[in-house]
Design a binder for this molecule. Structure first.
Ligand code: 3PG
Length: 391
């Protein structure tokens, strides 16, 4: 695939899809990582004299103009980070937008309004895609975090303009792509999170690719049950017990090191004021629930991580947002930070955990994609990437 570096951009109007879907509290951005990560592409385009039109979604406004989901705070933050003025449109298509685009000089930046204010965006309506395309001469997709969505501004537009990847997109695809296609070994995958059904495809794919697969989080209790242990009031997906048994058997057949928790931190209720204790995995009391991996599991996993050349981590080991259930996730994050192996954090909750424990800057790559990195690690094609046509 071609990137923005491989095409002529000087004097061109460039429509750049970014993922500025940043968390906001009372109109203030609480984490601007996704904006900072697009700076290389935007700066490259500024330095090369392009007219830059940025488009993004924010939240899920469902085709309505919702004031709290405008991209104004993101445009303001971008302006601060670039140290130069950034124009902002109050719409994403139409005559007022065309007029703003016409005013752009080489190196100027315009942020369009939230593309999800238009119902056609999520429907991938060709009419909306054409309206986006009419604004520009070139499409650059730098929104890795939204690449799993086939929407008008991520996929549709690529049918009407030459389309290349941005520098963040290129980096994400090369790091995650190398991890999956040509991994340094031993390759360890750590899969956590609460729901088995969300992680079936990723466990399946990584069980084939990795040497070690470490399981934790709420989903692990379905595996404990599959091993024949009682799990008390822990999260359990009865319908997926057979799937869990299937994974245990598949791992055996492939000769993979498939590790499940051997102990757990259990609580008499869910909450920061619960009573807790640590038990072996086959001793979870009937009325208690497991909310974190125990210290023996944490030490076992840390040891595997330490001896790995590549570690891919997706999903927390417990309810790390509550301090009394955070130790397992913290231990895994610390092991990832310390290992000499290359560590890739697959976005979302594990990225938030690394951030919380102030270890984010010690990881080699933290993906800006949540759902997108998960689908990528499941081995699925991302529509926003497939559509990039300027080969
Ligand atoms: C994300 O935050 O994962 C992306 O921005 C995609 O958002 P979405 O799940 O609302 O499509």
């Amino acid at each position: 695939k071609k990137s923005v570096r491989d095409v002529e951009v000087t004097g061109k109007r460039v429509f750049v899809r970014v993922d500025f879907n940043v968390p906001l509290e009372d109109g203030k951005i609480t984490d601007d990582t996704r904006i900072r990560e697009t700076l290389p592409t935007i700066k490259y385009l500024i330095e090369n004299g392009a007219k830059i039109i940025l488009a993004s979604h924010l939240g899920r406004p469902k085709g309505q103009f919702v004031d709290s989901m405008r991209l104004t705070p993101a445009a303001e933050r971008l302006s601060e980070l670039l140290g130069k003025p950034v124009a902002k449109a109050d719409e994403a298509v139409g005559d007022a937008v065309k007029a703003k685009v016409a005013e752009l000089k080489d190196g100027d930046v315009l942020v369009l309004e939230n593309v999800r204010f238009y119902a056609g965006e999520e429907k991938n309506d060709p009419e909306l895609a054409k309206q986006f395309a009419e604004l520009a001469d070139l499409f650059v997709n730098d929104a890795f975090g939204a690449a799993h969505r086939a929407h008008a501004s991520t996929e549709g537009i690529a049918h009407y303009l030459p389309a290349v990847s941005g520098l963040l997109m290129e980096k994400e695809l090369s790091v995650l792509g190398k991890a999956l296609s040509n991994p340094d070994r031993p390759f360890t995958a750590i899969i956590g999170g609460s729901k088995v059904k969300d992680k079936i495809d990723v466990i399946d794919n990584l069980l084939t690719l990795a040497d070690n697969v470490l399981i934790g989080g709420g989903l692990s209790y379905t595996f404990s049950k599959a091993q024949g242990y009682e799990v008390g009031k822990s999260l359990l997906d009865e319908e997926k017990i057979d799937t869990a048994i299937g994974f245990i058997e598949k791992a055996k057949k492939l000769g993979k090191n498939f590790l499940l928790p051997i102990d757990a931190v259990v609580a008499d209720k869910f909450g920061a004021d619960a009573n807790t204790k640590t038990v072996d995995i086959n001793e979870i009391p009937a009325e208690w629930l497991g909310l974190d991996i125990g210290p023996k599991t944490a030490a076992l996993y840390a040891d595997v991580i330490k001896n790995s050349k590549l570690v891919v981590w997706n999903g927390p080991m417990g309810v790390f947002e509550i301090d009394i259930f955070a130790e397992g996730t913290k231990a895994v994050a610390e092991a990832c930070a310390k290992t000499e192996g290359y560590t890739v954090i697959g976005g979302g909750d594990s990225a938030a955990a690394a951030e919380k424990f102030k270890l984010a800057n010690q990881m080699d790559h933290i993906s800006t994609g949540g759902g997108a990195s998960l689908e990528f690690m499941e081995g699925k094609a991302l529509p926003g990437v497939v559509a990039l046509n300027d080969k």
